[in-house]
Design a protein around this ligand. Structure first.
Ligand SMILES: [Mn+2]
Length: 302
């Protein structure tokens, strides 16, 4: 059995406001490591990257330099964990950290992106979010559209690095799961379809969590698998822990975690990114307890 290494990324640099930078500390305090070990999972604590709280910044890409700095640190840390033969468990932090994670794996990686948003920017098929908030642009940046400082995180040859640019991930190695249909335009759906990115939205996830996971795995094909899990895939009426609410999305915590459990059981799983937990939404700690039940339960299936 391979060992996991937990890497905390206490950053809300790309977020709509502060709060997510507190998540690694809150999840540790709630017993994340002990609970994983109690479930039979071997995990070492790789510590946290530097605390990087939200700053507003200016459009078109707010707080870009901090987002780029954090993503670059994540990339290097993930590459080092992988070089040591371990499986990274990256605990964010806002969703822009996944750009650094993918860059750390390199372009061979397969990514199943479980998220309440498609993260294509507010206009659906463009690289610039109307708000300037980078947290909602992760997928378009992965596909090579957006700020060159982010699309080039993969180093020479990656998008933003000249005419022969390559995206951070091959589009046919990316599958999206759980997007709230109210948050995506048809232009966004066409953008994905045109590039060959398979996506299944929230209603599909709610109808058949395990089947949705299996279809996403089939879509990305065999190879090293990374899973991104944004807690905002869960209806805020069930578990309002996410930084940005999705009330009435119709995806229950049980359904989202059932999907994650199916992905977690996949033998090719070589990494998990957890994003968007905002502990300030949970003064009692009960939401984080339920979240940890779901995360630890999913990984314990391995
Ligand atoms: Mn999201």
């Amino acid at each position: 059995m391979r060992n996991w290494v937990l890497v905390g990324v206490p950053s809300s640099a790309g977020a709509h406001h502060a709060g997510q930078e507190l998540a690694p500390g809150a999840l540790r305090a709630a017993g994340l490591l002990d609970r994983l070990r109690a479930a039979g999972i071997s995990v070492a604590d790789g510590g946290d990257l530097p605390m990087t709280p939200f700053e507003l910044g200016e459009p078109p890409y707010r707080n870009l330099s901090a987002v780029v700095r954090v993503a670059g640190l994540v990339r290097d840390r993930v590459a080092s964990v992988l070089a040591g033969g371990a499986i990274p468990l990256i605990v964010g932090g806002d969703c822009t950290i996944t750009l650094g994670v993918v860059a750390g794996y390199g372009r061979d990686v397969r990514l199943v992106y479980v998220d309440g948003d498609m993260d294509l920017g507010s206009r659906g098929n463009t690289d610039t979010p109307g708000s300037g908030i980078l947290d909602s642009t992760g997928v378009s940046h992965l596909l090579g559209d957006g700020a060159p400082e982010l699309t080039s995180l993969g180093g020479p040859g990656s998008a933003g690095d000249g005419a022969e640019a390559e995206p951070l991930i091959e589009p046919d190695r990316l599958a999206l799961v759980g997007g709230d249909p109210r948050e995506t335009s048809d232009a966004g759906r066409h953008y994905l379809t045109d590039r060959g990115v398979v996506f299944q939205e929230g209603p599909a996830l709610a109808a058949d969590p395990a089947g949705t996971a299996r279809r996403a795995l089939a879509a990305v094909g065999p190879g090293p698998l990374l899973v991104h899990f944004d807690v905002d895939v869960i209806d805020s009426g069930d578990l309002p822990l996410a930084n940005f609410p999705h009330y009435d999305s119709g995806v229950s915590a049980a359904q989202a975690f059932a999907c994650l459990r199916e992905l977690g059981a996949e033998h090719s799983l070589t990494g998990l990114v957890l994003t968007e937990v905002n502990p300030t939404h949970d003064p009692s700690g009960r939401l984080i307890e339920r979240y940890l039940d779901g995360i630890v339960g999913a990984l314990a299936e391995r």
